[in-house]
Design a protein around this ligand. Structure first.
Ligand SMILES: [Zn+2]
Length: 295
């Protein structure tokens, strides 16, 4: 009965365009993942494993389905002469068709560097606890609002070590590559003084542009297109995060991210520096784009 009631409430609130994601849980998830206890979530570390446990619990609560009786995809790579194990976490929400969208965000960060006080912890609140928190919010929403495409929710590991998790994922896709309509990647989405969330990828894949334009018209933050052309030089973000591994396989992508801020890859990228209002509106804007794609 409880479940039925929740579903009905979901149906009614579905009419209110700006009440579709759980803002309290969104903040709780980003706060937990960027807590000092997670020790900066460096791949292979104790803190990274703690983040995995938290995400596995959240995946279960949300009811994400598993492809092969597990959410975990372990993988190995070499770095500075060492063999390192990483772990991607993914599950899915069944859609009405046999085509897929892969919604991704990396949960690892750069760990701790030098010293031992709290100031030595690179919390990575914006980079990228924020993207993972939005991923969880979207998963929760679509689990009770079945989309057109089957949505694969992938929390990648080892992005900070050269997109290793995304690389391992596309090398062993759980579904045929030809059935993946697009990758929607989120990396740093919780703060920007100009109230802008960039959408990168439409220069490569113009067919995705109308979805962004339509969603932007009903979003409460700006969704400028860009950072995806050769003439952008070092500000071309095509190869800057996990979406690049999809792009290399000719799988279209949209990447959501803010321009770098003063706390980028610093211990001060903390929960307290997040802009809750921007963050929630960013989450809704991304949801608007995904909903346009699922029309
Ligand atoms: Zn990142």
């Amino acid at each position: 009965m409880k479940k039925l009631l929740a579903l009905c409430i979901g149906c009614f609130t579905g009419f209110a365009a700006f009440a579709q994601l759980d803002s309290v849980q969104l903040m709780k998830d980003v706060k937990t993942l960027s807590d000092d206890k997670m020790e900066g979530r460096e791949t292979g570390s104790r803190g990274n494993r703690m983040a995995q446990f938290y995400l596995l619990d959240r995946f279960k609560q949300i009811g994400l389905k598993q492809f092969v009786n597990t959410y975990e995809q372990p993988f190995y790579f070499s770095r500075k002469g060492k063999r390192i194990m990483g772990t991607n976490l993914y599950g899915y929400v069944k859609g009405r068709t046999d085509s897929f969208l892969v919604i991704s965000a990396h949960y690892d960060h750069v760990g701790m560097r030098g010293g031992s006080g709290p100031d030595s912890i690179y919390n990575g609140a914006d980079d990228n606890a924020s993207g993972v928190a939005v991923l969880l919010a979207l998963a929760k929403y679509y689990a009770v609002h079945p989309p057109r495409y089957t949505l694969v929710f992938a929390a990648f590991d080892a992005e900070e070590m050269g997109l290793q998790g995304a690389k391992a994922f596309v090398a062993a896709l759980p579904v045929p590559a030809g059935r993946i309509v697009a990758n929607v990647n989120m990396d740093m989405v919780s703060r920007n003084v100009q109230q802008q969330l960039y959408v990168c990828g439409t220069a490569h894949y113009p067919a995705l542009k109308p979805f962004v334009t339509a969603a932007a018209a009903r979003s409460r933050i700006a969704l400028p297109l860009g950072h995806d052309r050769a003439q952008d030089g070092p500000q071309n973000w095509t190869a800057q995060s996990d979406h690049f591994e999809f792009h290399k396989k000719n799988i279209p992508f949209l990447y959501f991210g803010v321009e770098d801020h003063v706390d980028y890859h610093k211990p001060t990228d903390e929960f307290s520096r997040i802009d809750p209002s921007f963050f929630y509106r960013a989450a809704l804007a991304i949801q608007n784009v995904i909903s346009e794609m699922n029309r």
